[in-house]
Write a protein that binds this ligand. Structure first.
Ligand code: UDP
Ligand code: MG
Length: 317
């Protein structure tokens, strides 16, 4: 058994890896000699994998994991976590937006608070655009409102977990993964470590608007069925309005009014049509996820593992 595992998903991070390796190793060595650094290459298109393989060849605490293709942040993370053997597990991004030096205070916090999860909560975010900060703020607050689980706001995947929290997380088979939410769902005792988030060390964000929207839909459908219920609420409200309109129309008709009202008709048709499309789309999101899940495909495929005795050739056919 290892004392500490540090898991880092990496996608096109060639510029960050050397500094990452140095800072994370220093932070880990300040705590223990018995650690492993798991670097997962998520199908990068730059030199990320050769660099990781080099690091693994030079430093026997480094485990390089090469996925078969780009599986996305949450699945790359899952792949790394599935190989982690530590009693404590730290998740951190490759771009050093989250400080590795927080490891020591997070471990201390875990002990004094007897917690199973210490999650990083961002007080500020440097070097990010107003739009990113605003959408992120909105996202966390909206999700908290929608969800049945108590999701902490302004919290990414940067966190320290105990082995039993990790075991609980890995026992969840869902394909659409929103890991920070899934960890919150586990329960046990979870405490916040507040910190200031730095700007990216180098390179650019791998979370453009499209991926952020994808994550939002994954998070919403994964943690709430409120959007499905909303169809019934809409239905009830519309039926009430419809009754009033019907009564009005009949009264006018009885008093011999001529047919008029192309405008009102158009308004109603367009509103109802778009409302129905929206709700059909929501149904589709849930149904599509049900379908993907029912196929039961593996969450990720590993092409190669470098050293730490190749971790038993895990996942390689
Ligand atoms: N990442 C990944 N696969 C992807 C996209 C991102 O493994 O398809 C990794 C990336 O290398 C980084 C982390 O996920 O370590 C967070 O990505 P990023 O820093 O681009 O997101 P942001 O901090 O801008 O939200
Ligand atoms: Mg980042």
């Amino acid at each position: 058994m290892t004392y500490l595992s540090i898991v880092v998903p990496c996608y096109n991070e060639e510029l960050c890896l050397d500094t990452l390796h140095r800072r994370v190793s220093d932070a880990a060595k300040a705590v223990t000699d018995d650690y492993e650094l798991i670097l997962v290459n998520d199908g990068s298109r730059d030199r990320t994998w050769p660099i990781i393989a080099d690091l693994a060849a030079q430093d026997d605490r480094v485990v390089g994991v090469d996925l078969s293709r780009n599986h996305g942040h949450q699945l790359a993370l899952t792949a790394g976590l599935s190989l982690a053997r530590g009693d404590y597990i730290l998740i951190i991004d490759a771009d050093l937006q989250d400080p590795p030096e927080a490891l020591q205070p997070m471990l201390d916090m875990m002990r004094t608070e007897q917690a199973d999860v210490v999650y990083g909560q961002r007080l500020t975010r440097a070097g990010e655009t107003f739009a990113k900060k605003f959408t992120a703020k909105l996202f966390y607050r909206m999700l908290k409102k929608l969800s049945d689980v108590d999701l902490p706001v302004d919290t990414g995947d940067f966190r320290l977990m105990t082995r039993r929290a990790l075991a609980a997380l890995m026992a969840m088979p869902e394909q659409s993964r929103f890991i920070r939410g899934m960890v919150a769902w586990i329960g046990f005792r979870q405490v916040a470590y507040r910190y200031h988030r730095d700007a990216r060390l180098a390179g650019e964000t791998n979370y453009p608007l499209k991926k952020m929207l994808q994550l939002t839909v994954d998070a919403t459908t994964g943690f709430s069925i409120l959007p499905l219920r909303m169809a019934s609420y809409f239905g009830v409200i519309l039926a009430a309005i419809g009754m009033v309109l019907l009564a009005y129309t009949l009264v006018r008709w009885a008093s011999g009014e001529t047919v008029q009202g192309w405008t009102s008709l158009m308004v109603i048709v367009v509103l109802l049509g778009s409302g129905q499309m929206l709700i059909a789309g929501m149904l589709g999101e849930y149904l599509g996820r049900l379908y993907m899940q029912s196929k039961g495909r593996p969450l990720f495929l590993i092409r190669e593992v470098k050293t730490r005795h190749e971790i038993g050739q895990v996942g390689i056919p």
